[in-house]
Unconditional design. Structure first.
Length: 315
């Protein structure tokens, strides 16, 4: 187990190094940088001023030198300075991380708390009207884009309450936090809950057909014991995988959700930074997302050993 963890950590490090190289190169391969954008917007180009600004921003150096400076800064906790605001990148990013983290946590909680129980019900009552209704709901969740659902939520809020949800950047209590993040998390978590429900249903149906389930029923075990203690316990592994992957890739849905609900998180900030070619902000935000993704996959693999004692990583 220890050897497996060491190998996985080494692979995570290599993955992050590869991602850093790819994002760094791609940002500079794309035509135009912030200097070009600023001078094009001004309608005049003075080659001397343009060259001086590129020198100040370090864009005149070879790409390898720029990359090494960035990595050296990361190792020392220096993320550089934003090209747009001229403030430290860490100062720009740090206040936005808790906002996106709360939204992602609420969305994941909504997804798991809705998707897993409904998936179990759909499997247990297979072929009934309830099963068909839940399958239609899950199909709707997979079909509706999160930004469209967010717009529908805003329109419903205006129609019923004559107002739209006001984002509170600094909630003092859990009640204030819940009211702030409830609607956005529902918009972004509805699709994840639908996927979780379908995976839970498929996994439960496969387990419910096993011989040991029939044996448990023959011994007189109650339906609740069979469904939740025997079946769900053995069907949960694929669900853990899906929930872990969804947790890692929720940022894709958060980009449009934060824009629709006017939430100043890192996802929306990333889009703005890409538009302005703010290299330090984009590079560091992508690396943060990459760390979240590889960490989520690592945690999922560790949870496999926790929930299934048969799993061994010695090979």
């Amino acid at each position: 187990m220890f050897a497996y963890i060491v190998r996985r950590l080494a692979l995570m490090l290599l993955t992050l190094i590869g991602i850093s190289i790819v994002i760094f190169v791609l940002l500079r391969v794309v035509p135009g940088n912030i200097v070009d954008i600023l001078f094009d917007a001004a309608g005049m180009v003075d080659p001397a001023d343009k060259a001086d600004l590129q020198r100040q921003l370090g864009l005149d150096q070879p790409i390898v030198v720029q990359y090494l400076h960035w990595i050296a800064g990361l190792l020392h906790g220096d993320l550089g300075y934003s090209f747009v605001s001229e403030k430290p990148a860490l100062q720009e990013i740090l206040p936005r991380i808790p906002i996106t983290a709360r939204l992602a946590a609420f969305a994941l909680l909504f997804s798991a708390s809705i998707g897993i129980p409904l998936g179990v019900l759909s499997a247990v009552y297979q072929g009934t009207r309830l099963d068909y209704a839940l399958r239609v709901i899950s199909l709707s969740g997979l079909s509706l884009p999160s930004f469209w659902l967010g717009l529908l939520i805003l329109m419903a809020s205006v129609a019923m309450f004559d107002s739209i949800p006001i984002f509170n950047p600094d909630p003092k209590t859990f009640g204030e936090m819940f009211s702030t993040y409830c609607l956005p998390s529902m918009a972004v978590g509805f699709r994840s809950s639908a996927l979780t429900m379908r995976i839970t249903r498929s996994s439960m149906l496969e387990v419910l057909r096993q011989d040991y389930i029939r044996t448990a029923r023959a011994k007189g075990a109650s339906n609740a014991s069979v469904n939740f203690h025997h079946a769900l316990k053995n069907a949960i592994l694929p669900v853990i995988t899906v929930v872990g992957i969804e947790a890692a890739f929720l940022i894709g849905g958060l980009i449009v959700t934060e824009t629709v609900f006017n939430i100043p998180g890192i996802a929306r900030f990333l889009v703005e930074a890409i538009r302005w070619r703010d290299y330090p902000i984009v590079q560091n935000l992508v690396m943060i997302i990459a760390v979240v993704v590889v960490s989520a996959n690592f945690i999922v693999d560790m949870l496999y050993a926790v929930f299934d004692p048969r799993v061994r990583y010695s090979e």
